[in-house]
Design a protein around this ligand. Structure first.
Ligand SMILES: [Zn+2]
Length: 215
């Protein structure tokens, strides 16, 4: 119940930043590892008014195990996949304007490299602004099993990535704890907005490798 309240509070915070407008986005946190039990937001809930009762408990197949009439998020298997591959304690998914724009702009390169920013140090294990963070971009898909598989393969290929962008869709990031995952959303959304605004102001330009660089 405490975790459900925390997820509801995060929902309100992210809504206030316009990262989860309408019913977009979804959030989960691990309740138990063996067998896996995940607290996850129900499908189609308004993120401005998410209540703890709209957080469900699911198993490793994404099936609801708590007493509830609501369905879990359609993207539940993406959460399970990320929890498994990264041993994450929480997975958060946003639909911001900047992640949507950048995921489209950099899609031909398969990802976006971010380096040179102090804010990178907010990502777990990163100690210098010189860190090179590669955010892979995966094509969007309405077949959730296929999308979850593709996300899993991408995580295997990029074991150092702190997040994944779904093209014209949004960001998935995670952390050992809910606090870590929340911080990762804030850091990555800050970096996406900074890169997007820099490009539109002509401060930075995009090179052939999809890296945002100084002109
Ligand atoms: Zn989504």
């Amino acid at each position: 119940m405490a975790l459900a309240r925390e997820l509801a509070a995060i929902s309100r915070r992210f809504y206030d930043r316009s990262w989860v407008l309408g019913t977009s986005g979804n959030f989960s946190a691990v309740l138990r590892r063996r067998p896996l039990r995940l607290a996850i937001t129900a499908s189609a809930q308004d993120k401005a008014r998410l209540r703890p009762s709209q957080v469900l408990q699911v198993d490793e197949r994404g099936k609801v195990v708590s007493r509830a009439t609501l369905r879990p998020s359609a993207e539940v298997m993406l959460h399970v996949e990320i929890v498994r591959r990264r041993s994450a304690g929480a997975v958060l998914h946003t639909h911001s304007v900047w992640s949507t724009l950048l995921s489209d702009m950099y899609a031909p390169n398969g990802g976006l490299e971010i380096s040179g920013y102090e804010m990178l140090k907010g990502l777990s294990g990163v100690t210098s602004h010189e860190h090179r963070e590669w955010i892979p971009i995966v094509d969007n898909d309405q077949d959730m099993d296929r999308l979850a598989r593709r996300v899993g393969e991408t995580l295997e290929r990029r074991p150092d990535a702190h997040g994944i962008l779904l093209r014209r869709h949004g960001l998935y990031t995670w952390g050992d704890t809910l606090a870590d995952a929340t911080r990762h959303v804030e850091i990555l959304e800050f970096l996406f907005e900074t890169i997007g605004r820099s490009a539109s102001l002509g401060i930075r330009e995009v090179n052939d490798h999809g890296t945002a660089t100084n002109p």
